[in-house]
Design a binder for this molecule. Structure first.
Ligand SMILES: [Cu+2]
Length: 262
């Protein structure tokens, strides 16, 4: 069975234990150089890292009902290895590009190295409610061309105001141990330069731009800490889970906030 076959095929017999949610993510990397709007496919120096073709916060959060079992399948056809890390949970590695792994080989972990030409399947019981980030743990791969604001990476979806998010960005940059790191003001027209560091055009108010049913009810400015090869697993109690599943269109931010508070 080839790599892609592993990713898309169904087993002849259902795997046990059964899962309630089954998500697939292709890990990708691109060279999107400054002032270019298309990736340079001849380059092997990658600065733009994606899950399924998009960088966070455009990635779609994976929703899971509290108490369910979740399967995540990763496939890497790129030129770099990606240690994929999940917050707040332990998972077991239940399969590779070679197929299902015997249960006797499963052990708890929270980071799985998905090397070049490898596929890895992990499974976990969604026992802990919360919005748990999942991302490649190589710093360069969770920042997307972010050069001098090197340490500006939020690892939780804190309820930041725009002002506190900006302060966090600048204070983290100022305190970074890297000598060349310094606080950098973000140019108002930074987004006019394709391939500019992602953070430079990550405006604090990006939640509305990327909202979709799966982002329903996330705290304000959740998108500020999300970039690069990153998304989140949202483990939701029944009521919250069903609210999202029932949403046909995009909720307004006001509606999301209302539901978040209630
Ligand atoms: Cu990576």
């Amino acid at each position: 069975m080839g790599l892609l076959g592993f990713f898309v095929s169904h087993a002849k017999e259902q795997f046990t234990p059964r899962v309630d949610h089954d998500y697939g993510m292709v890990l990708q990397e691109w060279a999107v150089l400054p002032s270019n709007s298309a990736p340079n496919s001849a380059s092997m120096e990658f600065n733009w890292l994606t899950f399924n073709g998009v960088a966070a916060p455009l990635t779609t959060p994976l929703i899971a009902r509290l108490g369910s079992r979740v399967r995540l399948r990763f496939l890497n056809l790129g030129m770099d290895h990606h240690p994929i890390h999940l917050h707040g949970n332990q998972f077991v590695i239940t399969g590779t590009e070679g197929g299902r792994a015997p249960e006797t080989t499963w052990y708890p972990t929270n980071t799985v190295l998905v090397g070049v030409a490898q596929a890895r399947t992990v499974e976990f019981e969604a026992k802990h409610p919360g919005d748990w980030m999942i991302h490649c743990h190589l710093p360069h791969h969770m920042m997307n061309s972010m050069m001098d604001l090197l340490r500006d990476r939020q690892i939780s979806t804190a309820d930041l105001t725009e002002e506190s998010a900006m302060q966090q960005m600048q204070s983290l940059a100022a305190s970074a141990k890297f000598a060349h790191v310094h606080p950098s003001p973000v140019a108002q027209n930074a987004e006019a330069t394709p391939g500019f560091p992602q953070d430079a055009f990550m405006e604090m108010g990006m939640d509305e731009l990327v909202e979709k049913p799966e982002t329903y009810g996330l705290p304000k400015n959740w998108s500020a800490g999300m970039m690069g090869m990153m998304t989140m697993v949202r483990v939701l109690p029944d009521e919250k889970y069903e609210e999202i599943v029932k949403v046909k269109g995009k909720p307004t931010v006001a509606e999301s906030e209302h539901h978040h508070e209630s």
